[in-house]
Each structure stands twice: as C-alpha cells, then as structure tokens.
Design a protein around this ligand. Structure first.
Ligand SMILES: O=P(O)(O)O[C@H]1O[C@H](CO)[C@@H](O)[C@H]1O
Ligand SMILES: [Mn+2]
Ligand SMILES: [Mn+2]
Length: 397
C-alpha cells in the first residue's frame, strides 16, 4: 500500500473550542471562547508543548494568554468550522469521520413526553422523577438521598439531545441500569424522538455531600446511518483503535479495538502505550474530562489545570512519534467554562497536525468542515473517500 503515514493518531480534547463560530448566534452563543477564557482565568496557561506546536498561531491577533505565538511552530495549524446541525459530541466526531449530522437531533427543554416516560416506568418497574434539564452533579445532590430510599429513576436532559438516567450503584445495580438505558435507547432512535444519546449515569456515596459519579457511565448513541471513514479503514484491513468514549460515540461501528478510560490521564496513558505498539492504521482518542468535569461545571481554573496536565503528558508522547506517524490534535465542540449556562458552545475547533518528518509547521487554510480530518485519513491510506471533506494531506511537507 502506497501511503504517507503508517499510523495516524487523532486526539480529541473534548470541548476545547477556540472561539465563537461564525454561526454562534444561531445557538445563542455569541462571545463564547473556551481556550481564550480559560487562558484568562488562569492568568496564562502553562502548556509549552501545545504552544510549540502552534496553538496560538491559530489566532495570532488574539493569542491565548500564556501561550506565545511561535516563529517556527512545529505543527501545521488551523481551525475548523462545524457544518453539523448541532454542537454535541456525536455531531462533532461523526463529522470528523466524514458524516456530518444534517438533520438536527431533537432536544427536550421541557422534559420527555409522558408516553415515553410511562413506557420506561412500565419496563423498569420504577417511577421516574425530575424529567427536566439539569446539571448531572446538582441533580444527584438534590434527589440522590431520595433515590436511595425509593429506588426511583432520576431522568434529566440538557441543551444536548440526551436522555440521562442517574442511578445510585447500590440501589439500582449497574446491569439493571444498563438494561433500562438499552430499552430507552431503542424507543428513542426514530421520530418523534430522534435523540442523540441515552446516557447511564451511575454514582456512589452515602449522602449528598459524598456522592460521586463513577467511570461506569455508558453512552448509547445512534448507529451511524452510513459508513464512516472508520468503516472504510476497517474494510481495508487497517487497525482502528479507539480510546475513551470513541467506541460509544460510533456504537462500535468500524472500530477494531476499543478501551474505556476513567480519566484524561488514563486516556493519555493508554494512548502513550499504543505508541509502543506496532499497529497500522488509526488511533482515535477522546479526553472527556475537559467537558464532563470542568466545562459543564463552568470551572475555568480546573479546566485550565486539566489542559496543563494534558500538556505534560503530551510531552511524554511526542518523543515516541516517528517519521511514519501523523498526530492530529483537535476538539469536537466548545464548552466555554467562562460562559453563561452549562451547555456546549458553538465554536471553531483548533487543529494541530504534527509529524517528526516535518521540518517546520505552517498555517493551513481554515477548514470548512471537521470532515477534512477524515478525508485526510482516507487519502493517506488510499481507502474509499467520504462524501464530505477535503484532504489536506498534500499540503503537509
Ligand atoms: O451535567 P452532566 O450530567 O455532566 O451532563 C452533561 O453531559 C452530557 C453529555 O456530554 C451533556 O449533555 C450534559 O448534560
Ligand atoms: Mn464532546
Ligand atoms: Mn458535554
């Protein structure tokens, strides 16, 4: 096979956007800027490896605080528009793999219809409480102790297309929670629901102040309705290795091996171990703590510290890359911890593209869709091409 890189690695910094998208107003998100506001809250971010790759070069007119614009960046750098009709993880990741989500998924700002709730109650034999938007950590503080007594299911949603069920692990065993979520998933695939995800949200603890969500979270997405670049790679006999929630996001489609992780640190350790493995194809890693632990919680300083920790681990990973490796660092949407509300924000996402085979990095034109990533991967491995997306492989010298 005549290919440029033997291994391509994509790392998705979940929700690390780089400033409002041109269509941010449509989402009520004017003024959002995840990286900018995080840099300000930190009085400067200490992320020397991302800096050297050229993170601030993406917007030299408004550099991220603490991240100097480089004279000689190591990576090709740019930002990407999202064309999907939503700003959730599924939209972002599917689009990266050549399948933008053009029919908007439905959201339920007033809660789910009685018909659906009734069916889940009948199936589970448990009553449902709340059934409105909420922050997941707040809702277990509010209703967790009650759930421990009654065994009711806490159902909540958000600005995303999600139905989430919070359940204390000692009251509603994991296996039972997963079964209920599976059932809810089947009911909500088609119209009138067309829901992006059902998420199992288990937690532990004795009382409200000690409640803690566990890594047994499971995201049940939709099966991609068409093949993605992951499928094309798999059909071509290449490895498609998924770290973190990638496997869930694609419902396992086109993924040869997948591993759940418990934290960003665990995800990066896993990625670093994969670099020691002689595989042929794609590694695809999602680091969700930025989003789940800090973005939705609107904690800019903790968000910033998580970026600094990531950067330290990136420093361990970079020397393990060789000339046959291509690394792309990007994000799936924004989630500005300095913004109002608790939802994702419609932003440009950064794209840093690095290989030790490059002599120097340069600016790439702003990408019109995240699908350019998938198109580039497909071009590199000479597989079937996605319908959407333009490869930038030839721009990399
Ligand atoms: O508040 P928590 O439970 O973290 O939920 C958040 O996580 C969901 C999935 O990313 C989002 O839709 C938002 O609701
Ligand atoms: Mn996400
Ligand atoms: Mn999120």
């Amino acid at each position: 096979m005549n290919e440029r890189f033997k291994r391509i690695h994509i790392i998705v910094l979940d929700s690390v956007g780089i400033g409002e998208a041109t269509d941010a107003a449509k989402y009520g998100d004017e003024g959002c800027d995840t990286l900018g506001h995080t840099g300000e809250a930190m009085n400067g971010l200490l992320i020397p490896h991302l800096a050297k790759l050229g993170l601030s070069n993406i917007r030299p007119e408004n550099p991220i605080q603490g991240v100097p614009v480089q004279q000689k960046p190591f990576a090709y750098y740019t930002k990407m528009h999202e064309i999907s009709a939503g700003k959730d993880s599924m939209d972002g990741h599917w689009e990266m793999m050549g399948l933008p989500v053009t029919t908007p998924l439905h959201t339920f700002p007033n809660g789910f219809p009685d018909e659906l709730i009734g069916k889940i109650e009948a199936f589970s034999g448990r009553r449902i409480i709340w059934n409105k938007p909420a922050s997941g950590t707040e809702i277990i503080k509010k209703f967790g102790e009650r759930q421990m007594k009654t065994g009711e299911l806490i159902v909540y949603t958000s600005g995303d297309s999600v139905l989430q069920i919070a359940a204390h692990e000692a009251v509603i065993p994991l296996e039972e929670l997963y079964k209920i979520c599976d059932y809810a998933r089947k009911l909500t695939i088609n119209e009138p629901y067309h829901l992006g995800r059902v998420i199992a949200r288990p937690y532990i603890g004795d009382s409200a102040p000690t409640f803690e969500r566990t890594a047994n979270r499971r995201d049940l997405t939709l099966v991609p309705p068409k093949s993605t670049v992951l499928d094309f790679l798999q059909h071509a006999g290449l490895d498609t290795l998924a770290v973190g929630k990638i496997n869930d996001i694609f419902s396992g489609q086109g993924i040869s091996e997948g591993w759940h992780t418990i934290s960003n640190e665990d995800g990066m350790n896993h990625f670093i171990r994969l670099l020691d493995r002689d595989f042929h194809g794609l590694s695809f890693t999602n680091l969700v703590d930025f989003d789940a632990k800090y973005g939705h919680r609107r904690q800019p300083v903790l968000f910033g510290r998580a970026l600094e920790s990531f950067d330290r681990q990136l420093g361990e990973a970079l020397p393990k890359l060789n000339a046959n490796d291509l690394l792309m660092i990007t994000a799936d949407h924004g989630n500005d911890p300095g913004f109002r509300g608790t939802d994702h924000t419609r932003e440009f996402v950064p794209l840093l593209v690095y290989s030790p085979s490059f002599t120097i990095g340069r600016a790439l034109p702003v990408r019109q869709t995240f699908a350019d990533i998938g198109a580039t991967v497909a071009a590199n491995f000479n597989t079937e091409k996605p319908e959407v997306g333009e490869s930038f492989l030839n721009a990399l010298n």
